[in-house]
Design a binder for this molecule. Structure first.
Ligand SMILES: Cc1cc2nc3c(=O)[nH]c(=O)nc-3n(C[C@H](O)[C@H](O)[C@H](O)COP(=O)(O)O)c2cc1C
Length: 330
């Protein structure tokens, strides 16, 4: 059986990848993931705020946020809270390349264009095979319209493209008003892949201390459905590679992700919850499902549930919506 795939031009032995998380800050874990069958490694992110802080001192790391919100100063982690400094990050890439033959997907994480993006070139020079560009950003300025927000994202992609040659995969949020159109624009700006979607972490309110409380909850399989819908919608309509992240916990989740057209399927919460050996079980389950259902290759399965050949996906979505509402019986 041929499980091979290509993600943003990078050949992978199969589509299942461990996604960006602190698990891969340690070389031992990377080796263990490789032993469990990982075909590549996505590194934890290096953050815009870290790079700016390193370039201009610890005060200015907080400055842009302070303008927006007086309490932001106490919210931002101190530079020593990040496990790897920007310099350490480059060193980590070099060590990963020495420790394994797997492709290394580094990760830069920020929101707007700026000097910090030049780090993309340093990451490439350090030996990373590709870059995940995580544009985690929640628009909150009423004077910025949808076009402005898209422009901000496109500028970041163009800037990174102008200083690098390796594949860029944009990890994005689902909140765009016309994602198919915007996806095409991101591909034209230089994105070789799109990774659907960032999970947003919604802070809670601590009523006892009247404070905003950051909350980290791991995902569930139900979150995959949003990713399946949009990958099905975009696959074959946008000339770029697709990855899925968010809600991949079972072999069936991996199968569905490939069926809607994902070239790579990332998992994080499942590994944080169950440990690195869970990767091996997930992969074995995926392979077994393919065998039992007589698939000969990932290629044969890929995109079989995408809307590629559907003349009007919007009408299909509307039909599904109407059918779903009729399912409820008191
Ligand atoms: C503890 C933790 C740390 C993470 N760190 C990063 C990061 O540095 N960069 C990034 O792009 N995503 C990061 N993520 C997001 C994951 O890569 C992934 O997109 C998200 O958890 C959804 O996948 P899942 O449902 O398999 O967990 C992190 C997630 C967790 C839980």
């Amino acid at each position: 059986m041929d499980l091979s795939t290509k993600y943003a031009g990078i050949p992978l032995a199969h589509p299942l990848l461990p996604g960006a998380s602190p698990l891969v800050d340690k070389l031992d874990n990377i080796r263990q993931l490789e032993d469990c069958g990982a075909p590549g490694i996505v590194l934890h992110s290096l953050f815009e705020e870290q790079i700016i802080g390193e370039q201009t001192g610890p005060y200015s790391i907080r400055e842009p946020h302070e303008e927006a919100f007086a309490e932001a100063r106490t919210y931002l982690p101190a530079s020593e809270d990040f496990i790897l400094s920007p310099e350490d990050y480059l060193e980590h890439i070099r060590h990963c390349k020495e420790a394994t033959n797997l492709p290394i997907f580094a990760s830069l994480n920020g929101s707007r264009s700026g000097e910090w993006l030049h780090y993309a070139r340093e990451i490439e020079q350090a030996g990373a095979d590709a870059l995940e560009l995580n544009l985690y950003f929640l628009p909150s300025d009423p004077s910025e319209n949808a076009e402005d927000i898209e422009k901000i994202t496109l500028e970041v992609i163009q800037e990174v493209r102008s200083v690098t040659k390796f594949p860029i995969i944009v990890k994005l949020s689902p909140f765009f008003s016309s994602l198919p159109h915007f996806a095409n624009e991101m591909a034209a700006a230089g994105a070789n892949g799109l990774l659907l979607f960032n999970r947003f972490y919604y802070p809670d309110i601590d009523l006892e201390n009247l404070e905003v409380e950051p909350k980290l909850e791991l995902s569930r399989s139900s979150e995959l459905l949003l990713r399946l819908r949009w990958t099905a919608m975009l696959h074959g309509r946008v000339k770029t590679s697709f990855g899925i992240t968010g809600g991949v916990h079972t072999p069936e989740d991996v199968v569905k992700s490939v069926m809607v057209g994902a070239d790579a399927v990332q998992t994080v919460s499942c590994l944080l919850k169950n440990g690195i050996p869970a990767f091996r079980s997930l992969l074995a389950g995926f392979q077994q499902w393919m065998e039992e259902n007589e698939y000969e290759s990932v290629r044969q399965m890929k995109g079989s549930f995408s809307h590629h050949n559907c003349p009007n996906p919007s009408a299909l979505e509307r039909t599904n919506y109407l059918r779903t509402l009729q399912l409820w019986r008191a």
